[in-house]
Design a protein around this ligand. Structure first.
Ligand code: MEV
Length: 488
């Protein structure tokens, strides 16, 4: 929803799966956007003269300034007096790309504020990449800027000339933070120095890393996690040869592999920051790998991959969701431990709360999805499953799903229970119960909740997701994976 005076935009963080350092020299890489977001809110204000920046959690405000300079230079825009606030779901210490996310989100928010929506995402990327390079003295491949702008999972190289969205709805990843902040620019410089001293050896390493990234692209789209993991392990060997791994990274990588991870490697510049492990997707394996990482002194960071790119978010007063509604908080065995408000549950991942959802198919086997309206407090504008909601205090799961279905779709269709699972992300933790129904409609979608309601043929849906024509909420992705919709 557009507001004349205040606009918020958020951009995702990133995780590099393959290709670090070689990508600085144009070789391909694979990056996925993660669902921890950085939000920039721009407030037009005559209380300030020029631009004031209030940026807690952003280590370097030069990126915001550089983004503004880039807009003025490339879009010949005249900016009003304004205050720029930033808020991050993640620490800038993790190496998740807070600099690129804040640059992209700033540009996107200003684009909205000035009514310059005709500027394409490619143009946003170009201004943002140049702004980042200006601050980083020309160093950086731009993969992080591309992930923040486009989201999803990308095959990226050649300074952005190669930038292909990959079909990878959810990748079973575990991220371990070393607790040590890496200095990306120094590491890029060290590698450059090594390349000067041993040009043939370093070129051969870069070529091999590029080759691994290009093989990984196919393995990823086939969801061949075992082979993809092997390629990641080879990539780690080359990064070690380049001298950018560290003792702590090696310890966490070894811990993950010893518990059955198919592959594990550093992610980012090296020297510290995070490692990433790829596993089968089984819950018991995830628990074992996470435990091994923690016992080896790492911190497990829960993120999901393939997150949505930069987007405009509604203002809190624009949301139609009652922030005081009481939800049911449970323990890992689904026993009730208390009640907390919608607002609290959506801002504290330690509050595991009950949610319900339904997947409705028509008799042609097509799946009903709803596009969430722009006034939803979570994931506005993204596509969710047929019905999704929370279990309110005093209601059972069955009662809540019937109420939600009636409220959202205006019908009472017969549903049967299919599965129950727990999902956690940095914003919130849910205990989801999912139902299934066969129903052809007609429906009366609630206009405040749903902006579009459609049945999708499954192969077509996959194609639309792949081409980023449709962005699913992370809850929808998890549900569709959990019920095996892609394999049926
Ligand atoms: C840092 O996250 C990854 C590097 O390849 C640098 C870059 O690509 O900009 C080391």
């Amino acid at each position: 929803m557009k507001n004349n005076h205040i606009v918020s935009a958020s951009a995702p963080g990133k995780l590099l799966l393959l290709g670090e350092h070689a990508v600085v020299y144009g070789y391909p890489s694979i990056v996925t956007a993660v669902d921890t977001r950085l939000t920039v809110t721009i407030e037009e204000s005559n209380d300030v003269s020029g631009i004031e920046i209030d940026a807690p959690g952003v280590s370097d405000t030069r990126f915001v300034r550089s983004a503004i300079d880039g807009i003025k230079k490339h879009w010949s825009a005249k900016l009003p007096n304004m205050i720029i606030h930033t808020k991050s779901d993640f620490s800038s210490l993790y190496g998740f790309g807070s600099s690129s996310a804040v640059t992209v989100a700033t540009i996107f928010a200003v684009r909205e504020l000035l009514g310059m929506q005709h500027k394409t995402l490619r143009e946003v990327f170009e201004v943002a990449y140049e702004a980042v390079l200006d601050v980083q003295k020309g160093k950086g491949s731009g993969f992080d800027v591309a992930a923040a702008t486009l989201g999803g999972t990308l095959y990226y190289g050649d300074g952005g000339k190669v930038c292909e969205p990959l079909d990878a709805p959810s990748i079973p990843l575990i991220v371990g933070y070393t607790g040590i902040k890496a200095d990306t620019t120094s590491l890029i410089n060290e590698v450059a120095e090594k390349k000067k001293q041993y040009p043939d050896k370093v070129d051969r390493i870069f070529q091999a890393i590029g080759e691994l990234a290009s093989q990984a692209k196919e393995r990823l789209e086939e969801q061949d996690w075992e082979r993809l993991g092997t390629l990641m392990n080879f990539n780690q060997e080359y990064l070690r040869d380049l001298g950018v791994s560290s003792e702590k990274l090696e310890t966490l990588i070894k811990a993950a592999r010893s518990e059955g991870a198919f592959g594990a490697k550093l992610s980012g510049a090296g020297g510290g920051d995070c490692m990433v492990a790829l596993y089968s997707g089984s819950d018991s394996e995830r628990v074992a790998i996470e435990k091994a990482i923690t016992q080896s002194g790492g911190e497990v960071l829960r993120v999901s991959s393939d997150a949505a790119g930069v987007r405009i978010d509604p203002q809190p007063h624009e949301t139609t969701d009652d922030q005081k509604e009481l939800f049911i908080v449970v323990d890992d065995n689904d026993a009730i431990v208390g009640y907390k408000t919608r607002y609290e549950c959506h801002h504290d991942p330690s509050l595991l709360h009950r949610t319900v959802g339904a997947v409705i198919f028509n008799d042609k086997g097509e799946l009903l999805l709803q596009k969430r309206s722009m006034t939803k407090d979570m994931d506005p504008g993204l596509w969710g499953i047929s019905v999704a909601g929370h279990v309110t205090k005093g209601q059972t799961d069955d009662e809540s799903i019937s109420r939600e279905m009636k409220e959202e779709l205006g019908v009472h269709a017969p549903l049967t229970f299919i599965t129950k699972f727990i999902t956690r992300d940095p914003r919130e933790s849910e205990r989801a119960v999912i139902y299934k129904g066969i129903y052809n409609g007609p429906f009366t979608p609630h206009p405040q909740e749903i902006s579009e309601l459609r049945f999708f043929d499954l192969p077509k849906l996959r194609e639309l997701i792949h081409r980023h024509k449709i962005q699913l909420t992370s809850g929808a992705k998890k549900t569709l994976d959990a019920i095996g919709v892609w394999s049926s």
